[in-house]
Design a protein around this ligand. Sequence first.
Ligand SMILES: [Zn+2]
Length: 217
Amino acid sequence: MRPFPWGLREQRLREALVEIGARLYARGLISANDGNFSVRLDARRILITPRGRSKGWLRPEDMVVLDMGGRVLRMGRGRVGPSSEWPMHIEAYRQRPDIIAVLHAHPPYTVALTVAGVPFPSEVLPEVVMTVGSVPTARLAMPSSEDDALAIREWIRDRNAVLLPHHGVVTVGRTLEEAWIILERVEHAAKVYLLSRVLGEARLLPPEFLATLVTGG
Ligand SMILES: [Zn+2]
């Protein structure tokens, strides 16, 4: 495995998480003090958002440093500990040595799909087919518990996005930007799908077109 060549030092990663929080909040992908996100610092440590705080106006010093066992190596500002969803983040990193970023948000159109019991429409938009692929829905699990970590385990091994029913979505990426793009695409597709059903039939892309996309031909 390559030794973390991303070139971002810890302070820049802290600032990047602040920026992610501000954008998620501004885009309406998280509400209140929902959501949490993290990034690998190295093979043994991650940086993760603090518990309780709104992610819309975090500061770099709010982030918490954890080891891969979930032990706190450095608290956030005001001695605030990590997001209660930290087990889910650690689980994603354990399952995916190739990723450096994990984002968890509560995007309303995506969550609405799960509340309605509608599977994610992964074959409606070409860019979703090409860059996200299928997005499974995990089983119902108790938020902010080890149960969430267990619920995503089997899916996150080979998917970059997993829906948590009645709750939200988890995305992962080889960069923070990649995890962000996947998260935004998932919500965009959910929104377009819902609007198309309001207008009439939500049509899937034709199979022959899909085959061309998948093979890149
Ligand atoms: Zn959540």
